[in-house]
Design a protein around this ligand. Sequence first.
Ligand SMILES: *[C@@H]1O[C@H](CO)[C@@H](O)[C@H](O)[C@H]1NC(C)=O
Ligand SMILES: *[C@@H]1O[C@H](CO)[C@@H](O)[C@H](O)[C@H]1NC(C)=O
Ligand SMILES: *[C@@H]1O[C@H](CO)[C@@H](O)[C@H](O)[C@H]1NC(C)=O
Ligand SMILES: *[C@@H]1O[C@H](CO)[C@@H](O)[C@H](O)[C@H]1NC(C)=O
Ligand SMILES: *[C@@H]1O[C@H](CO)[C@@H](O)[C@H](O)[C@H]1NC(C)=O
Ligand SMILES: *[C@@H]1O[C@H](CO)[C@@H](O)[C@H](O)[C@H]1NC(C)=O
Ligand SMILES: *[C@@H]1O[C@H](CO)[C@@H](O)[C@H](O)[C@H]1NC(C)=O
Ligand SMILES: *[C@@H]1O[C@H](CO)[C@@H](O)[C@H](O)[C@H]1NC(C)=O
Length: 288
Amino acid sequence: MKIQSLFLMAIFSLAYTQLLNGQSLSGCQTRCGNVSIDYPFGTSQGCYYDGDNSFKLTCNETNKLIFGGNEVINITHSGELRVLVTRSYVCYNSQGNQTGRSNRWTRLGNLTFSDKNRFTAVGCNTYAFLNTNEVGNYSVGCMSTCNTPRETNGTCSGGGCCQTSLPRRINYFRVRPYSFSNHTSVHSFNPCSYAFLVEDGLFNFRSSEDLMNLRNITRFPVVLDWSIGKHSCQQVGSANICGWNSECSNSVRGTGYICKCKEGFDGNPYLSNEKGCQGTSEPNRKSK
Ligand SMILES: *[C@@H]1O[C@H](CO)[C@@H](O)[C@H](O)[C@H]1NC(C)=O
Ligand SMILES: *[C@@H]1O[C@H](CO)[C@@H](O)[C@H](O)[C@H]1NC(C)=O
Ligand SMILES: *[C@@H]1O[C@H](CO)[C@@H](O)[C@H](O)[C@H]1NC(C)=O
Ligand SMILES: *[C@@H]1O[C@H](CO)[C@@H](O)[C@H](O)[C@H]1NC(C)=O
Ligand SMILES: *[C@@H]1O[C@H](CO)[C@@H](O)[C@H](O)[C@H]1NC(C)=O
Ligand SMILES: *[C@@H]1O[C@H](CO)[C@@H](O)[C@H](O)[C@H]1NC(C)=O
Ligand SMILES: *[C@@H]1O[C@H](CO)[C@@H](O)[C@H](O)[C@H]1NC(C)=O
Ligand SMILES: *[C@@H]1O[C@H](CO)[C@@H](O)[C@H](O)[C@H]1NC(C)=O
C-alpha cells in the first residue's frame, strides 16, 4: 500500500515536472550572440526561474546578452555567471588639472561577486577604494606609488599595480580611483589612475603600456555567484527545482542551493527533459 502510493506519486511528479518544463521551455531563446542561455536563466517570462527576477537576462539589438547593464560572456550550471565590467579612471594633464573621471558602480540583484575576483588599481600616484553596501558599508582599497615604470612579469604586485581580494556576498559596489598629487611627477609615463574588478589571473600587468593607457582595455571579466532561493538543500527538502538524475548542493556563497548532475550524467541539472542530465556511459541508464 505504502509502496504503491509512493510509486504513484513518483509517476505523477515525473509527469508533472516533464509537462512543466516542456511547456516552459518551448519557444525559449537558447542563444544570444555567442553565449548560450540555459535555464534557470532566460530572456522572457516562463523561460527563466520565476521565483527570482535576477535570472531574467536581456538579449539586446546588437546580440549581446545583458545582466544588470553588463555584458554576459559565460554561464555555468554550477552557479557562476561571467560579465564584462567597465573600469573606473581619473586622468590629468601635465599641469595637474583633472581632464576626465569615471566612477563605475554595479548592482547585482540576488547575484553576488565571487571571491575569485580581485580589486585592482593601476598607476604610480594612485590609491583606490571599492565601496559596498554590505552590512557596515565597508570599503577596501589599495595604493601604488612609483617614480619610474619597473618592468614586471605580468604580475600585479608593485611597480604600478596593486590587488586585493574581496569577501563573498557583496551585491553592489562602486569603484573610485584617486591620485596623491594629480600625477604631475609621473605624467610623462602615467597620466591616469585606473581601478577595476577582474577575475583572478586574467589581468597580466604590463607596466610600460598599462601605465600609459591600460592598453585601451575598458572592460574586464568578473565572476558572479548565483544560486536558487535563500534556503539550503536541507531546508527546502524535496521542494528543490533540481531535474532528473540531479541532486541538490548547497551554494558556496552560503545562501540558496544549486543542482548538480549525478556522477555519470551530463546536461542541465535544472531540467527534466532531453536537455536534463543524461547518462554519459550507458545511454539508457536510469536514476537510482
Ligand atoms: C562571436 O564570436 C566571434 C569570434 O570570436 C566574434 O567575431 C563575434 O563578434 C562574436 N559575436 C558576438 C555577437 O559577440
Ligand atoms: C531576489 O529573490 C527574492 C526571492 O528569493 C525575490 O523576491 C526578489 O524579487 C529577488 N530580487 C530581485 C532583484 O530579483
Ligand atoms: C563557458 O566557459 C567554459 C570554459 O571556460 C566553456 O567550456 C563553456 O562552453 C562556456 N559556456 C558558454 C555558455 O559559453
Ligand atoms: C588648471 O586649473 C586651474 C584652476 O583649477 C586653472 O586656473 C588653470 O587655468 C588650469 N590650467 C589648465 C592648463 O587647464
Ligand atoms: C550605508 O550607507 C547609506 C548611506 O550612507 C545608509 O543609507 C545605509 O543605511 C547604510 N547601510 C548600512 C548597512 O549601514
Ligand atoms: C620573469 O619570469 C622569469 C620566469 O618566470 C624569471 O626567470 C625572471 O627572473 C623574471 N623576471 C623578473 C624581472 O622578475
Ligand atoms: C595638484 O596636487 C597638489 C598636491 O595635492 C595641489 O597642491 C595642487 O593644487 C594640485 N593642482 C591642481 C591643478 O589641481
Ligand atoms: C589606444 O587608443 C589610442 C587612441 O584611440 C590609439 O592611438 C592607440 O593606438 C591605442 N593603443 C592600443 C595599444 O590599442
